[in-house]
Design a protein around this ligand. Structure first.
Ligand SMILES: Cc1cc2nc3c(=O)[nH]c(=O)nc-3n(C[C@H](O)[C@H](O)[C@H](O)COP(=O)(O)O)c2cc1C
Ligand code: PXP
Length: 215
């Protein structure tokens, strides 16, 4: 059976991205796009992004994570350092991030190097999480094969007892990565599939080369 999705057809026409209107600093444009998307209260989880890594087997692998912080240096997400992605990053820190905000017909691609954030930063973020999420980080040996759902639940039950009325420390294998970009691409959907694509490539600490790419 062939399932055709040919009739999904959306015309992108909400915005445009023109050279004369963009900042020289891609972080500024990213910030502007996030802030603008945030004003649309119908958009959920605008901080989701796809992080792609190169696996130990040489294959790329992508998964969604939550962007928790960004500044003029880079983009931070939190995860298990011993997960599949963690091991991949340790072996090859070259990653890409992809944001897709359908409501504003926009996509942002980022190419960069992932570096662990400091223990102090990871501690601070970990302590801000709900206790359930903190225990979840202890309970889940992320990416490993487990026998059943019950296995996880039992681990959680034991951890709840162990840490009852006690602060939960951050597992040393759980923390943040900051992706330091060397390239950004801002994609704005336009009619006739003739989208605007503006790329920023890092030239030095402060300067970026701006190019328009064919859609
Ligand atoms: C909306 C959403 C947000 C997620 N956020 C995170 C996150 O911030 N950190 C994380 O480790 N996994 C997050 N996940 C789970 C990952 O997609 C993935 O399943 C997990 O990190 C294991 O990936 P790996 O086995 O490739 O390392 C999220 C999944 C979804 C759908
Ligand atoms: C496995 C996993 N780890 C970490 C996170 C980040 O969660 P939090 O917002 O609690 O830090 C998520 C979000 O879905 C997740 O699924």
């Amino acid at each position: 059976m062939k399932n055709r999705l040919h009739d999904y057809r959306k015309l992108y026409e909400k915005h445009q991205l023109l050279e004369e209107e963009i900042p020289t600093d891609p972080f500024e444009l990213f910030h502007y796009w996030i802030k603008e998307t945030e004003t649309n209260k119908e958009v959920e989880e605008i901080n989701t992004m796809t992080v792609s890594t190169v696996g130990l087997d040489g294959f790329p692998r992508s998964r969604v994570v939550l962007l928790k912080e960004y500044d003029r240096e880079g983009f931070v997400f939190y995860t298990n350092y011993l997960s599949e992605k963690g091991k991949s990053i340790e072996n090859n820190p070259k990653v890409s991030l992809t944001f897709f905000w359908p409501a504003s017909e926009r996509q942002v691609l980022i190419k960069g190097i992932a570096r662990k954030v400091s223990d102090a930063e990871s501690d601070e973020y970990f302590q801000s999480r709900p206790r359930g999420s903190q225990l979840g980080a202890w309970a889940s040996n992320q990416s490993s094969v487990i026998p059943s759902r019950e296995f996880l639940q039992k681990k959680l039950d034991l951890l709840e007892k162990e840490y009852e009325n006690k602060p939960i420390p951050r597992p040393s294998h759980w923390g943040g990565y900051k992706v330091i970009p060397s390239e950004f691409e801002f994609w704005q959907g336009r009619p006739n599939r003739l989208h605007d694509r503006i790329s920023y490539s890092r030239e030095n600490e402060l300067e970026w080369k701006i190019d328009r790419l064919a859609p």
